[in-house]
Design a binder for this molecule. Structure first.
Ligand code: GTP
Length: 344
């Protein structure tokens, strides 16, 4: 039996969740487990320069980065092309005979158009099916994000499975409040906790869900929308889904003073956290041979991670921002002044 016919149709699992909620962290843990071998990974980042595929490199060296843009709107065609291409390369033996695909969406993506893309293309429909939608929810930012980002409710309502992250960063009462909110918004989706030492992989991707061999129709999904958060509020159809959202990358040739940088980033997020939806980067720190990965989500700076090696040939620091209503020049100028390492 050829590799292609060993199993009829390949499940595509859509991993979504708002910016910085913990999708890549969850995916790294899943991919590191033996049960998750044979997985092809597609990553879509809303950013001028993608970093997730570099950060995932150790566990998934073949990760394919979809072009910059949002997979639910601007690059839907590219998703279809990428899946068709994956399948043909697998058929030709250029890729291992993967048994599932995980698509990590941008944190700004609406799931419904992605599911529609999977359902609409006849070639994709023939070879792939929807394995399920896993939505990652950040306990630290959930309540605030719900208030300000209509796409959050869309991601939540599309979920077959919810994964709650960052419960280690909030008081138990707050985590309980978020769980109650999730139960109200999507009572059908079970919730698992990412902070548990052992990740319940079978709950996140239950085998039963991938057993029927057919693409489940998108229309069969029941959506739950909280009062006042209609689908139209997402703005996608009116073209406003990414309105005022910008992404840019600051790059530095010279090495960075860690103390000055840390202070600058904390002050910046403190002052503009509402408008800085996400910041992440790889930094070449003075006196360090390997890079430091930094992560900021709205007002919060997460602890930096010292990587064991540079993930590519570049040795420059790269800092990717996703902002709303805040232009690149303001941030670039403030950084230049603070670090005294860019022309002012
Ligand atoms: N304390 C804590 N930190 C977490 C948890 N999950 C994720 N993080 C941190 O949150 C930050 C963002 O995590 P990512 O996995 O990059 O989030 P993401 O959803 O992939 O981000 P985007 O792709 O930019 O939308 C990182 O610094 C993670 O280490 C968690 O459960 N607890």
């Amino acid at each position: 039996m050829s590799a292609a016919t060993d199993f009829d149709v390949i499940p595509v699992h859509v991993l979504t969740g708002f910016l910085g909620s913990g999708k890549t962290s969850l995916l790294s843990r899943l991919l590191a487990s033996e049960a998750f071998g044979d997985t092809a990974v597609l990553v879509n980042e809303f950013g001028e320069v993608g970093l997730d595929h570099l950060l995932l490199g150790e566990v998934a060296p073949d990760t394919l980065l979809l072009d910059s843009g949002c997979v639910c709107c601007t690059i839907r065609g590219e998703l279809a092309d990428a899946l068709r291409d994956l399948f043909s390369r697998r058929q030709r033996g250029e890729l291992p005979a993967f048994r599932r695909v995980v698509l990590e969406t941008t944190g700004l993506a609406e799931p419904a158009p992605i599911l529609a893309t999977l359902a609409a293309d006849p070639v994709i429909r023939h070879h792939f099916r929807l394995g399920g939608v896993v939505t990652v929810v950040d306990a630290l930012n959930a309540l605030e994000t719900h208030r300000h980002e209509p796409v959050w409710a869309e991601q939540l309502s599309a979920a077959d499975q919810l994964v709650l992250t960052k419960t280690d960063l909030v008081p138990a009462a707050r985590a309980q409040q978020v769980r109650a909110q999730l139960a109200a918004l999507n009572p059908l989706a079970p919730v698992t906790e990412a902070c548990d030492d052992v990740l319940p992989i079978d709950e996140i991707l239950p085998p039963a869900r991938v057993a029927d061999g057919r693409l489940r129709p998108v229309t069969a999904r029941k959506a739950f929308y909280p009062a006042g958060a209609s689908k139209a509020a997402g703005g996608h159809r009116s073209g406003g889904h990414l309105a005022e959202t910008a992404s840019f990358c600051l790059e530095f040739d010279r090495q960075i003073d860690w103390t000055a940088f840390g202070l600058w980033l904390s002050l910046l997020l403190n002052r503009h956290g509402r408008n800085i939806l996400r910041v992440k980067g790889l930094l070449h720190i003075e006196g360090s041979a390997t890079p430091v990965a930094i992560q900021g989500v709205q007002h919060v700076v997460h602890p930096p991670t010292h990587l064991s090696a540079w993930p590519d040939d570049e040795r420059r620091s790269r800092l990717v921002f996703i902002t709303r209503g805040l232009d690149a020049r303001t941030i670039e100028h403030s950084c230049a002044v603070f670090l005294r390492c860019l022309p002012v």
